[in-house]
Design a protein. Structure first.
Ligand code: IVH
Length: 667
């Protein structure tokens, strides 16, 4: 059956639009359409391809997931070897490297590029005539493994390059798992009876080497690219130019890169990130310093293992020894009992550590840590403190072995530990600790984002019997709130506004906010892509949920089980009845022109006060924030804008003039 020209054209249009929107969403972090609109386009393309299979191209956005599980990975030879890097551990070693450069380059000026060294798994992406044809792990540097199907599932990996494409190019980068996703991935592994990953790097490498791409698709991996391998038809004069080309071609490049003209600037960059890396959502283990000019790189050459023109300055390892004085047990949102090491305060890379999670009973036993032990602690990825191991040689015989309590420390309900699971749970859904944390989670930033509704206020609302579950929040009045400690009229009104504002939300946020086990923000987004409404998901069969790409049986069982419980169904009904509106219902009036966008204002506006402008933005469906982050969609700049404008430029956030804003807001 030949494909009618009209259909062929529409498919091409859809593919182009989907590429563009995925790029805006995953690479620029500046979506131009809502998730629901994106899904509609994707579904339309999928339907066309189902009807006319000859329309499917390898770079079609429908082809991210779908490859069948492989029996083994095929070996791939890299066209240009993937070298490693020489290390420097302090300034003296960095200076020694710079002196060695001088012996080759003489007195000519040298510019450097400094970049964060991302601690993940190295990969090489090969594009032929602009289309992704191969993705491989580093392997031994000469030969890696073909993990194309897995790399395709990473939404920020372009399936087709933007702009004019060279005949052939190898793009090198680091795949990583965001820190914020690490815990959820481990929780899911535990639920399946699989061992935890020790750190996000192992999680990234392990996820890339999954034989079933569906499993990889379920892990929110991301990538930063940092250079070129073999390249035909491309001749950048400097590394800085390569980075610019990569960005223009549609890649996420290492965001914190800086071109420096002197070694002092390099050192300042390193000093800054030694401390500031703690603020990032990914692990970095150092700074890579590269000679910028390609001609100078060629002059310097490489050794068998590493280029002479680059060096990795490693951040100091962060470990210390202290006493473990107790093991406390806390109860989490899902009832999980978590043992936590209470430590004698100790400084680890500049931060005082007083506690560290021990995860679960098995972990305590595996590490054989006892109460009273001297232990080695470190900050994993240099942020989250963890107990590495006890120092048994320092034991006195007075140490005590930890025993998991058999009752919930909060509500005294007998605890359960299901077969094959590592987690001990309090099964009482009405356990006060769980109710409290469920509400905190519901209001949190990535969930319903109710600004100002934090742990303390929620604790008071519960104590006073003003709320029992999330739906009650929408019935609160100013009079209710004014009974709380230190609550004034203004604060109460702000809180009521924030609660009211949270009614308008996305389905993904609502699903995440419900706090279903194993449903993190990423899984929630996947579910929302497949089901138009929360009711549709609630009525879906176990199989229908399990068959969604990236959702395994453990998640499916949890979601399905959640909606089989009467209390949960009632909660959803009450939320909807309270006016919580997930996405725009099909067929209803179009959402506001700024629906889903987050706006930040800077500088003085000529037509409105800041408050009026913010109200206009909200009326058009946008949210507003004070600071510029990756989540910001637009920055509206008036006269004399401040540092927010600069930050917007740095993050690639689109900047609007007052007039442009007025047009978008329909004002
Ligand atoms: S450049 C020829 N830049 O570090 C130079 N590598 O030992 C190739 N890495 O596993 C490396 N971030 O994947 C470079 N900004 C960055 C990097 C980076 C992480 C990894 C790389 C490799 C290791 C090098």
């Amino acid at each position: 059956m030949s494909v009618p020209a009209r259909v062929r054209e529409r498919a091409a249009q859809l593919r182009a639009a989907l590429h563009e929107h995925a790029y805006r969403y995953y690479v620029l972090d500046a979506p131009a359409i809502t998730d629901a609109e994106y899904d509609r386009l994707l579904r339309e393309l999928r339907d066309l391809e189902a009807e006319y299979p000859e329309l499917v191209t390898p770079d079609s956005p429908t082809q991210r997931v779908g490859a069948p599980p492989a029996a083994a990975f095929r070996p791939v030879r890299h066209r240009a070897p993937m070298l490693s890097l020489a290390n420097a551990f302090d300034d003296a070693e960095l200076e020694a490297w710079a002196r060695r450069l001088r012996t080759v380059l003489g007195a000519e000026p040298v510019a450097f590029v400094c970049e964060l060294k991302i601690d993940g798994a190295a990969v090489s992406l090969t594009y032929a005539d602009g289309v992704l044809v191969r993705g491989a792990t580093r392997g031994d540097g000469e030969q890696g493994e073909d993990v194309t199907a897995n790399l395709r599932t990473i939404r920020s990996v372009p399936l087709r390059l933007r702009g004019a494409a060279p005949p052939l190019v190898e793009v090198r980068g680091e795949v990583y798992l965001p820190r914020s996703a690490f815990e959820a991935v481990n929780a899911e592994r535990e639920a399946r009876g699989e061992p935890r990953f020790a750190n996000p790097r192992n999680a990234a490498a392990g996820s890339l080497r999954q034989l079933d791409p569906q499993v990889t698709a379920g892990r929110p991996l991301d990538i930063f690219v940092y250079g070129l391998g073999a390249a035909e038809g491309l001749a950048p004069a400097s590394h800085w130019e390569s980075l610019a080309w990569l960005r223009a071609a549609g890649f996420r490049t290492t965001p914190h890169a800086r071109r420096c003209r002197a070694l002092e600037e390099v050192k300042a960059f390193i000093r800054h990130w030694t401390a500031a890396r703690a603020t990032l959502d990914y692990d970095t283990d150092g700074v890579v310093v590269k000679v910028d000019a390609v001609a100078q790189q060629a002059e310097l050459g490489t050794t068998a293992q590493a280029p002479r023109w680059a060096i990795a300055y490693k951040f100091p390892a962060a470990q210390a020894v202290t006493r473990l004085v107790d093991i406390a047990v806390s109860v989490g949102r899902t009832g999980a009992l978590t043992p936590t090491a209470v430590l004698e305060p100790v400084r680890v890379s500049g931060v005082t550590v007083t506690s560290a999670t021990l995860h679960n009973e098995d972990e305590v036993r595996r590490k054989d840590v006892r109460i009273g032990d001297w232990v080695l602690v470190q900050r994993a990825g240099d942020v989250i403190p963890e107990v590495v191991a006890p120092l048994p040689e320092r034991r006195t015989g007075h140490e005590r072995v930890f025993v998991m309590p058999d009752r919930c420390p909060i509500c005294q309900t007998p605890v359960e530990r299901p077969e094959g699971e590592a987690v001990t749970r309090c099964p009482n859904l009405a356990c006060p600790a769980q109710i409290h944390l469920r509400l905190v989670h519901f209001a949190s930033r990535d969930a319903m984002h109710i600004d100002g509704l934090g742990e303390k206020i929620i604790a008071q609302l519960l104590e006073r019997g003003l709320v029992r579950d999330p739906a009650d929040l929408y019935r609160l009045t100013a009079a209710d709130l004014l009974t709380l400690d230190r609550m004034g009229e203004k604060l109460a009104q702000n809180l009521l506004d924030a609660i009211a504002g949270s009614r308008r939300t996305t389905l993904a946020r609502l699903l995440y906010a419900l706090g279903i086990r194993h449903v993190g923000a990423h899984v929630a987004a996947r579910l929302a892509e497949q089901f138009p409404t929360v009711q549709a998901l609630a009525d879906a069969s176990f199989e229908a949920i399990r068959d969604i790409p990236g959702i395994g049986p453990a998640i499916a069982a949890s979601v399905h089980g959640f909606f089989r419980q009467e209390v949960n169904r009632r909660l959803v009904e009450r939320l909807l009845a309270a006016g919580v509106v997930p996405e725009a219902p099909q067929g209803a009036a179009a959402p506001g022109p700024l629906a889903g966008a987050q706006l930040v204002f800077t500088g003085t506006l000529s037509r409105w006060t800041r408050k009026e402008a913010e109200a206009l933005a909200r009326a058009a469906g946008a949210s507003t924030a004070d600071g510029v982050t990756k989540k910001t969609t637009y920055v509206v700049a008036g006269t004399a804008p401040g540092s927010k404008l600069e930050k917007a430029r740095r993050l690639g956030v689109r900047v609007l003039t007052e007039d442009e804003f007025a047009r978008l807001a329909g004002a």
